[in-house]
Design a protein around this ligand. Sequence first.
Ligand code: AMP
Length: 204
Amino acid sequence: MNLILFGAPGAGKGTQAKKLIEEFNIPQISTGDILRAAIKNQTKLGLEAKKFMDAGNLVPDTVVMGLIEERLKEEDCKKGYILDGFPRTVVQAEFLDKVASIDKVIALDVPQEAIVERITGRRTSAKTGKIYHIKYNPPVDEDPKDLIQRADDTEEAVVKRLEAYNNQTLPVLDYYKKQNKVTTVDGSRHPDEISKELIEILGK
Ligand code: AMP
């Protein structure tokens, strides 16, 4: 199963992907995670991407398309994968159709009014990679010292990221709707409720 998790920043793509990899035993491929790892390792790619990411802008298509093309060639992708945060432009979606065959697109629908609060309260565990929200999904078994806030999860960057989502990424949904591949799911509920529904939809 080759799946795309689609949604605005903060819609819960990463959280759901982590639940689905356990259930279906296929990898999550997050271009955001790959780019953040490159920044951490101070590679040339990381240095180039950082300025776009910190400002809340999309990284150029050619950069992320190259990353994805390489990643999809790896052995663990043979039995399927979950794309999280890719494609984010129609150019990327068209490219993906050339190098892969997508079975389904799950769109996590969350009202935009909720997004800023969701993102600014988001924290990730540096140890386990788990994603929390300080108010809605507070960590229980984590050392507070391990919880980090993403550099682009500030209110200023979020406004820019939402703009990019509305202008550049939303047209991707129409692209897949034309291919009859989209299932829209209410992403405003508790993460466990959403993953239950996703497992039902994808298990069929
Ligand atoms: P994410 O972790 O998916 O929220 O991505 C964080 C940031 O990485 C985005 O705001 C973009 O700057 C960059 N990024 C991740 N995926 C893509 C993509 N498919 N196209 C362009 N930029 C991306």
